[in-house]
Design a protein around this ligand. Structure first.
Ligand code: RAT
Ligand code: ZN
Length: 439
């Protein structure tokens, strides 16, 4: 698999100025289409992690983004919904959001785009045909086809060493896959220490409820063992809008004395996804989280205090985006990435990406898919390309108007940087991890 799927014109024409807004837009569109992206944060799993990976029509329709929308357009109560089978849930969502209403929201439109990509009916009364199609797919070939349709070469996973369904698969030696990169996810340890310290203790680590004594050293030992087992490209945690650093808390102590030093030892970044208000409506389960504006001085302190560490940062609140750009201008160990979850709508992505380009040039990672269900990468990356093409084209138009004509080579280099090499370099993907085969 190569970085680009369509060969570009000969070098001579690639270095000619691209003139006029229409030609600039067309060149940006063709380079976006030709570049295979790295999806830097997903909830997808490589096939050797067995049943953990979600795919197919029923998973697509019962995505938690759609579950949240169901309760706005149906009289079904969450309690009734949770008691239903997966197919009955999908049928209820299909009826409420796709048959009784036009699917105009971002998440519903995404399902339509996926069905259409596979030539399946997009406005049928039920899901019979789609179910038949997905039941006939063989996973390995299906993954390759989906990645081709999405224009991605690799997806970065979210791997939880304390998930009782996932950990044993790694312990047995899950077969690595060049299309998927592991990430050591730390939410259970950092956000729910009392519950999970007991799990660590049961595994033989000398930890206790208040993280005193040998606890911190033992967490570090746990992280080192998992880094050797998983070879993650980074460690990651999602954090509430109330996140502070430093502070007197188990989380801050574990971050400062175990996680950040372990990242340094293994030469990998730490990803902080900040701004979730957990379980604002617990009845909605996974769909029940909200958003809050965070105090990004915590990020400032982290970047200042640990200049030898690298931090991938995504913030959930729209109100925090400008500040994040300002911090990225101050600290080159901070890499802003993605427009996640409630931000992943064209109106918001447009605003954030324009701001980032204006303040940071091409030195950021514009988007990740956050896909939970394999086929979602098709619509999420299609939407990203569609939303970003005019924004990038506009930057080149302004540049040309100001006296510096742009070439296809300029455009190609920026797009490669934004969607591949900023990530590869920041995490050291092709060096320490030796996963060259993937792209
Ligand atoms: O976007 C999502 O699916 C959220 O539920 C979260 O998973 C978020 O992306 C996260 O990684 O915490
Ligand atoms: Zn996520």
């Amino acid at each position: 698999m190569s970085t680009t799927v369509v060969r570009n014109p000969p070098a001579s024409s690639a270095n000619q100025p691209v003139t006029g807004p229409d030609e600039i837009l067309r060149t940006v569109q063709s380079e976006l289409a030709a570049t295979r992206f790295i999806d830097v944060h997903t909830h997808l799993f490589m096939p050797s992690l067995g049943q953990l990976g979600l795919w197919g029509i029923d998973e697509l329709i019962t995505y938690h983004y759609l579950e949240a929308e169901l309760f706005r357009s149906s009289s079904l109560k969450p309690q009734q919904y949770w008691e239903m089978s997966k197919t009955a849930k999908a049928d209820a969502i299909w009826r409420a959001l796709f048959v009784e209403n036009a699917p105009v929201s971002e998440a519903t439109r995404g399902v339509v785009a996926v069905l259409s990509a596979f030539g399946l009916p997009t406005s049928g009364p039920d899901l019979t045909e789609a179910r038949k199609f997905f039941a006939a797919q063989k996973l390995d070939a299906h993954i390759r086809r989906v990645f081709d349709l999405a224009g991605v070469s690799e997806a970065v996973m979210t791997n939880d060493p304390l998930d009782p369904d996932e950990a044993p698969l790694w312990e047995k030696g899950a077969k690595p896959d060049p299309q998927f990169h592991p990430v050591l996810r730390l939410d259970r340890i950092l956000n729910k220490w009392p519950d999970h310290s007991r799990v660590l203790a049961a595994q033989g680590y000398a930890v206790n409820d208040d993280a005193s004594g040998q606890s911190v050293a033992e967490v570090r030992r746990f992280l080192a063992e998992w880094c050797k087992r998983m070879r993650p490209v980074y460690m990651a945690v999602s954090l509430p809008d109330t996140f502070q650093f430093p502070e007197k808390s188990v989380r801050a102590r574990l971050l400062a004395e175990a996680v950040i030093p372990a990242c340094r030892e293994f030469g990998i970044p730490l990803s902080l996804m900040i701004g979730v208000r957990y379980q604002v409506n617990p009845e909605l389960r996974l769909a029940g989280d909200g958003v809050g504006k965070a105090d990004l001085r915590a990020v400032e302190r982290i970047c200042t205090q640990y200049p030898d560490n690298r931090f991938l940062i995504s913030v959930l609140s729209r109100e925090n985006q400008h500040e994040l750009c300002v911090y990225a201008r101050k600290f080159n160990n901070l890499m802003p990435f993605g427009c996640w979850w409630f931000l992943n709508n064209p109106s918001v992505v447009e605003e954030i990406t324009r701001e980032r380009l204006e303040m940071l040039g091409a030195s950021f990672i514009p988007q990740h898919s956050d896909a939970r269900v394999l086929e979602q990468v098709i619509y999420k990356w299609r939407n990203t390309r569609r939303t970003l093409a005019p924004i990038l084209a506009n930057s080149y138009r302004l540049l040309a108007e100001d006296g510096r004509p742009v070439t296809r080579t300029d455009i190609q280099r920026d797009i490669t940087r934004l969607f591949r090499s900023n990530f590869e370099e920041f995490v050291g993907l092709r060096e320490a991890h030796g996963r060259v085969g993937a792209a």
